[in-house]
Design a protein around this ligand. Sequence first.
Ligand SMILES: NC(=O)c1ccc[n+]([C@@H]2O[C@H](COP(=O)([O-])OP(=O)(O)OC[C@H]3O[C@@H](n4cnc5c(N)ncnc54)[C@H](OP(=O)(O)O)[C@@H]3O)[C@@H](O)[C@H]2O)c1
Length: 265
Amino acid sequence: MRITIVGCGNMGTAYARSFRKYGLVKSDDLLLVVRSDSGHEQLERLGRVTRTVDGAITSSDLVIVAVKPQDFGALSTGLADVLRADQVVLSIMAGITLERLSVALRHRTVVRAMPNAPAQIGMGITAYTTATELSMRQTLMVEQLLNSTGRAVHLSNETLLDPVTALSGSGPAYIFHLVRTMIRTGTDLGLEPHVASALVKQTLLGSYHLMEHSDRTPDELIKAVMSKGGTTEAAFKVFERQGLENTIHDAIVAASARATELARS
Ligand SMILES: NC(=O)c1ccc[n+]([C@@H]2O[C@H](COP(=O)([O-])OP(=O)(O)OC[C@H]3O[C@@H](n4cnc5c(N)ncnc54)[C@H](OP(=O)(O)O)[C@@H]3O)[C@@H](O)[C@H]2O)c1
């Protein structure tokens, strides 16, 4: 398989690293398109680095677009000129619809994916949707590559990428916010910051594995931790009084609505 990645920042580089780590592409068959002149030593160990979008892309089976959405306009004309009809274009740009990709690149076999930050260490989750023109073989190729960055979920309805963006795309930031608040509170209550940090992070890790290894629902797991008149119940009374559940719900709905708005603009 031959792959081109256009835009080698956080995500583009992470993709290159995952594809190489799992032997999905040889370094000679991985073309990495960058914009700036220097600082590409790490990329040069992964594939062939170039600054130009030109005919070299034509030999790739898959072209991944991993630039920021605001850089897509400037890139699209040059890219459209060198694409071959049987190549697959996979975009991970937030808010750029399949239709916009297809029109701007004058290309039919396009895929739109929404990864998340843990993809940078091979632990992401990516939801993706494909143009109807993709063959089963091309869809499987995309799924295999996305799986190398964590897990991949296929969506047949593109509009569902908006709630996905709100849930798993932005989700790591919600978790980091919770972790930060818990550590700060532990410190306020007298713990050394590094002790509070270790307690919170290990609690997060352990809770995740408990969920994964138990057949109990989150509701049942909460009940198992909470005893009548105990400490967890005291905390949950404050959550309830201050409307934490509604706050989280409304925040995710707002993020989803913003994703819809950005895709329309
Ligand atoms: N990071 C996340 O957690 C996340 C999650 C979901 C989706 N995404 C999507 O993934 C995409 C990339 O995000 P990122 O965090 O990796 O951004 P990033 O670190 O800013 O990387 C983007 C890279 O694209 C390069 N670039 C821009 N225009 C180019 C061009 N014409 N040719 C070649 N390279 C070009 C930039 O070069 P310079 O260094 O010169 O600016 C930069 O290295 C975004 O569209 C974002 O919406 C990211």
